[in-house]
Each structure stands twice: as structure tokens, then as C-alpha cells.
Design a protein around this ligand. Structure first.
Ligand SMILES: NC(=O)c1ccc[n+]([C@@H]2O[C@H](COP(=O)([O-])OP(=O)(O)OC[C@H]3O[C@@H](n4cnc5c(N)ncnc54)[C@H](OP(=O)(O)O)[C@@H]3O)[C@@H](O)[C@H]2O)c1
Length: 323
């Protein structure tokens, strides 16, 4: 595994981050990743040198943070970089908005479940239109000052809202967002480009989620003649009805074909090439958050740190995305 400094934060992270969204998540009556499997996956991440772990207050109703906390308890906390998130929807009274009161309540819950007194990176999961962003930023700034949070991040939102938050933080001399977390993968459409241009311009580190388009870019799905997705048993595509709509655009199949061709040239797997293409982004630092449901998948994905793309291979995939 290779390590790098996460943008302006100075925090040293592995080139690949491990995402724990599926810990404790129930889909179509199946718990996608159980507690025991979660601990095995964290062991595998450790074995492959991944020190950067992504979670959120809402994942698995808190089980993701809880299970990471149990696992961390037997380790040196300082060896790991833990990112969590605040605010999702109205699942609970406290995750419902980014008011100072709720942010305070949520960080305490997160620290308690993780069994730690700080998180390395704290994202706002979405922009909250109902709370003045200055009030949220002032609270987040206090959390950094108090040592509960080391750095701040922002996940999916319109580029203009992220710009507004950066501008407000600058104008009020508050801690800015240094890291972002958009959905970005080699087959993502151009609606994300303005957000990424902003990240490049403002020197924000990008940690994209769904870097394999939910698994589509591994090449394990097939396209039926009618355009439907043929999903392997027990895959996300078989458990999540909207998988095709979400990830399998016609662009995605075209990009996958180029990724498969490059993988065959490199004697690597499509998943490794898709992830490597992200790590090698030219305009901004990019550290993909890989999801995995088995230690074998995680081992394969961690292998993205050990390959490299030629300029022609990189461009071939970039061109397919733009086509
Ligand atoms: N900020 C946000 O709003 C947000 C949203 C979503 C996710 N996230 C974060 O990003 C992380 C990753 O997102 P994601 O799970 O959508 O990422 P992804 O890497 O695009 O998809 C991961 C899924 O693909 C399949 N897969 C992964 N590697 C594979 C391999 N080598 N071979 C075969 N199948 C493989 C697995 O699903 P199956 O085995 O089930 O098919 C796995 O659960 C999450 O865990 C979370 O931390 C953040």
C-alpha cells in the first residue's frame, strides 16, 4: 500500500479508503454485512495496509460506528484515520438537520459508538438548506478547536452550495472543508464535473464514493439484450431493485468495455483499473472509498495501489467517459 497526505489536512492516509456503508445494512431482508463479517473485513483492510476508514452516524443505524469501535478497541487508535459524517435525513430527530444543537448531539453519539475521543475527518453528509450554513460552520469550527474533530469534509451537494460554504468559512475565519466526498467513478455523468472543477481550483482532496459504480465496474454484471442488468446471486444488483437505474447507464457499459480492455493489457482486474483511474486523477487528489463485502473483494481492490496506467490507458478511459 502507498500512503499520501490527505489534501491540506496533513493527515497520512492509504491511497485507498475502506467504506463501511453496508455494515449492518438490511437489503431485501438480508443483512449485507454482519458484525462478524465486518470485523473480518476490517482485519483484511489492516492486512492490506488500509488505515483510512469511512463511516457515518446513520450507517447500519449506528452499527457501523459501533463495530468499528469494538475493532479499534484492540488497536492503537493513532494508527487509524477515521472519517464519519453528520446529517442525513429525518431518520431521527438528531440526524434531521445541521443545527448547532444536532451537530453537537451527533458528534457525541459518534464518539461514543466509536469509543474514541476524536474523529480524524468529519463530513457534512449533505447540505442542509434549512440551517444557516454559518451556524453549522461555527459549530464545526468549535469541534475542531476542542479536539473532537481534526479536519472537516463535505459530501454530495451542488457545487454552488459547497462554494458558498467555503466562502462563508473564509469570510468568518472558520475552519474550512478540506476534503469532499462526491459520487464519482469512471462512468459518472458530466453533472459532477463542476463540483470536481471546484475541488481542483480550491485544492480540496476528493474521496469519491461508489468508485466501482456499486460493483458494475468490476465486470461481474451482464447486460441482457433488452438492456436489463443480469446480476449474480447475492450481489448488490440482486438485492437492490434500482441498481440498473442507479449505476448501469449505457455510458457505464461503454466505459466498462474500455476498462476491461486496459485490465487485460495490464494483467489486472477491471476493479483495479477502475480504482487506479481514480487514484491517478490529474486535476485533484483522489482517494477512492472502496466498498467490499468479502475479504477477497477487498484484497482485489487494495491491489489498485500496486498498478499504474500509462497516459494512453488513462486517456482511453477518460475519453470513454466523455463520449
Ligand atoms: N457520502 C455518501 O453519500 C455515500 C454514499 C454511498 C457510499 N458512501 C461511502 O462509499 C463507500 C463505497 O460505496 P459503494 O459501496 O457504493 O462503493 P463501490 O465500490 O462502488 O461498490 C461496492 C460494492 O461493489 C461490489 N464489489 C466491490 N469490490 C468488488 C470486487 N472486487 N469484486 C466484485 N464485487 C465487488 C460489492 O457488492 P456486492 O458484493 O454486494 O455485489 C460492494 O459492496 C461506502 O461504504 C460508504 O463508506 C458514501
Amino acid at each position: 500500500m502507498e500512503y499520501t497526505r490527505l489534501g491540506k489536512t496533513g493527515i497520512e492516509v492509504s491511497e485507498v479508503c475502506f467504506g463501511t456503508w453496508r455494515f449492518g445494512k438490511e437489503s431485501s431482508g438480508v443483512v449485507e454485512t454482519t458484525r462478524e463479517e465486518a470485523h473480518d473485513l476490517l482485519d483484511a483492510a489492516e492486512e492490506h495496509g488500509i488505515n483510512f476508514i469511512d463511516t457515518a452516524n446513520t450507517y447500519g443505524g449506528g452499527d457501523s460506528e459501533r463495530w468499528i469501535g469494538e475493532w479499534l478497541d484492540e488497536r492503537d487508535r493513532e494508527d487509524y484515520v477515521i472519517a464519519s459524517k453528520v446529517y442525513w435525513s429525518n431518520e431521527s430527530r438528531f440526524s434531521a438537520n445541521l443545527s448547532p444543537k444536532n451537530v453537537r448531539a451527533e458528534i457525541e453519539g459518534t464518539l461514543d459508538r466509536l469509543g474514541t475521543d476524536y474523529v480524524d475527518l468529519y463530513y457534512i453528509h449533505r447540505f442542509d438548506d434549512g440551517t444557516d450554513v454559518e451556524r453549522t460552520l461555527a459549530t464545526l469550527n468549535d469541534l475542531v478547536r476542542e479536539g473532537k474533530v481534526r479536519a472537516l469534509g463535505a459530501s454530495s451537494m451542488a457545487a454552488w452550495k459547497l462554494t458558498k460554504a467555503l466562502w462563508k468559512a473564509d469570510a468568518r475565519d472558520l475552519q474550512p472543508f478540506d476534503v469532499t466526498q462526491p459520487m464519482f467513478h469512471a462512468a459518472r455523468d458530466e453533472t459532477i464535473d463542476e463540483y470536481l472543477d471546484l475541488c481542483a481550483d480550491q485544492d480540496l482532496a476528493v474521496c469519491p464514493y461508489s468508485p466501482l459504480a456499486g460493483g458494475l465496474l468490476t465486470g461481474k454484471y451482464e447486460r441482457a439484450p433488452d438492456g436489463e442488468v443480469i446480476a449474480p446471486d447475492d450481489s448488490r444488483g440482486s438485492l437492490f431493485e434500482e441498481f440498473g437505474e442507479y449505476y448501469a447507464s449505457s455510458r457505464a457499459w461503454d466505459v466498462l468495455a474500455e476498462i476491461e480492455a486496459v485490465a487485460s493489457d495490464l494483467d489486472a482486474t477491471p476493479a483495479q483499473v477502475a480504482l487506479r483511474w481514480l487514484i491517478e486523477q490529474r486535476e485533484f487528489q483522489c482517494i477512492p472509498i472502496v466498498g467490499a463485502r468479502t475479504p477477497d473483494q477487498l484484497a482485489e481492490n487494495a491491489g489498485a495501489a500496486a498498478i499504474s496506467l500509462s497516459d494512453a490507458q488513462y486517456e482511453r478511459i477518460a475519453d470513454a467517459r466523455q463520449a
